[in-house]
Design a protein around this ligand. Structure first.
Ligand code: DQA
Length: 172
């Protein structure tokens, strides 16, 4: 059975491609998600991609995707690119760019830890080369890895690692 990976994008990441292009580049979120689906196919995993500007929606989506046994009828934020809406099996890993919530959200930290899912934190920009408030992450110490400053290639790197890591786990 193929492993599944949830890609979460938080607030303002729906503006990728037009938002501060000198910092975030010109690739849109739709392009990132399309590339992730193609990459996933090649890697033999499945991907679900969601984006929300609302903290509570992100928490609900983490619960619904990682513990469908507890929330069988919970709706995920609609996945913009996948054909199926809500996965019946729990996702095996999460790739998350929580945007500004990275620096503020105890709730998203608690949600990821509460469902005990391995996750990779991604940032398009190098947050450590920017304002000091961006240096603090509420997620980083619980993440399998943190990728920042590679532009949207960070999602590609995270997905490749997650797929390979999960395959290794599967073989054990
Ligand atoms: C970001 C960095 C955050 O500080 C910022 O609030 C974002 C995007 C990034 O991808 O570089 O919204 O997560």
């Amino acid at each position: 059975m193929s492993r599944s990976i949830l890609i979460i994008n938080g607030p303002n990441l729906n503006l990728l491609g037009t938002r501060e292009p000198h910092i975030y580049g010109s690739t849109t979120l739709a392009e990132v998600e399309k590339a992730a689906h193609e990459q996933a196919k090649a890697l033999g995993v499945s991907v679900l991609a969601i984006q929300s500007n609302h903290e509570g929606e992100l928490v609900d989506a983490i619960h619904a995707a990682c513990r469908p046994d507890l929330f069988p009828s919970a709706k995920l934020i609609p996945d913009s690119t996948a054909s199926s809406s809500s996965p019946r099996r729990p996702v095996d890993a999460v790739i998350i760019n929580a945007g500004a919530f990275t620096h503020t959200s105890v709730a998203i930290r608690d949600a990821l830890n509460g469902v005990d899912v391995p996750f990779i934190e991604v940032h398009v920009s190098n947050v450590h080369a920017r304002e000091e408030f961006r240096h603090k992450s509420f997620l980083a110490d619980k993440a399998v890895a943190v990728i920042c400053g590679l532009g949207t290639y960070g999602y590609t790197a995270a997905l490749e690692y997650a797929a390979k890591h999960l395959k290794l786990r599967e073989k054990r």
